[in-house]
Design a protein around this ligand. Structure first.
Ligand code: CP
Length: 307
């Protein structure tokens, strides 16, 4: 299978076989990096990052991935400011950048923006988060981390917690997990529930999906907890955000009462939902997720830009 010259817009594009093939390649790349090999696979190729919203991990992981494969990087870290005075529309920006780069990584506040960009672009588009839409490469690195933490992706009970309404990472992660045999708990206050389109789709496909607001109870049976921050930037009413922002806090005490061996994931950045005391526990996988983000992006770029 190949994603040669393909866009990556949604986790719905990923089959189990494709994911497993990418993970085998990512394992190989990780081993070669660990041996100190200097890779030149993408020598002469250029990546552009076009980010209309802030990012630390996604933008830098893509840029590190391209450079570790011997390619070059064009970085537009603040496309919002760059287009503020002219009001240049997204399709024009993308048409221009596609003449400068072989692949474009886009973050944008509007759901569907990556599809708009793909329709305008001569170069493949990678969706690096489109508002409340999707963040498909985050889902791949989350799943890759989970496989490393648990040695399997089947038979797991996964609790997704927090702002499931707005987080594009959980939308993509739920879709990606559904290529495997898993049980879901969606743990949210009612105002931040997972979109019904995703919940209904999972149930129609035979998955067990529990919806609850009780984090402590979910942790009695979950193997994995995936925490998310409440996305302040998606609220028009900040009073509503203030009411919801501290709804959950995962603490050492909660983990000690949870099912033994609980894996704790978070796409980061966090706000208040994981206490700093959790960071030192072996359960905390969220900084390992960041590390894995580089080899996953290397794998994808090598596939998309293969000659
Ligand atoms: N996980 C994630 O998308 O992080 P950034 O916002 O730092 O890219």
């Amino acid at each position: 299978m190949s994603f040669r010259h393909a866009d990556i817009l949604s986790a719905a594009q990923f089959s189990r076989a494709q994911i497993e093939q990418w993970f085998a390649r990512a394992d190989d790349l990780a081993a070669r990096l660990a041996r100190g090999e200097r890779l030149r696979t993408l020598d002469g190729k250029m990546l552009a990052t076009v980010f209309y919203e802030p990012s630390i991990r996604t933008r830098l992981a893509f840029e590190a991935a391209m450079q570790r494969l011997g390619g070059g990087v064009l970085s537009l870290a603040d496309a919002k400011t760059a287009t503020a005075i002219s009001g240049e529309p997204l399709p024009d920006v993308i048409r221009a950048v596609a003449h400068l780069a072989d692949v474009i990584v886009l973050r944008h506040p509007d759901a569907g923006a990556a599809c708009v960009a793909a329709n305008a672009s001569a170069a493949p588009i990678i969706n690096a988060g489109d508002g409340t839409g999707e963040h498909p490469t985050q889902a791949l690195l989350d799943l890759y981390t989970l496989r490393a933490e648990r040695q399997t992706l089947d038979g797991l009970h996964v609790a997704l917690v927090g702002d499931l309404k707005h987080s594009p990472a959980v939308h993509s992660f739920a879709r990606t997990l559904s290529e495997f045999q898993v049980e879901f708990s969606f743990v949210t206050p009612a105002a931040l529930a997972m979109p019904t389109a995703i919940t209904d789709d999972l149930r129609e496909r035979g998955f067990s999906v529990e919806e609850t607001n009780d984090l402590a109870r979910s942790l009695q049976t979950a193997d994995v907890v995936y925490m998310t921050r409440v996305c302040k930037e998606r609220f028009s009413d900040l009073k509503q955000y203030e009411k919801l922002k501290d709804f959950y806090l995962l603490t050492r005490a909660l983990i000690e009462k949870a099912k033994p061996g609980l894996s704790v994931l978070h796409p980061l950045p966090r706000a208040n939902e994981i206490a700093a005391e959790v960071d030192a526990l072996p359960n905390a996988a969220y900084f390992r997720q960041v590390k894995n983000g580089v080899v996953i992006r290397m794998t994808l770029l090598a596939d998309i830009l293969a000659d």
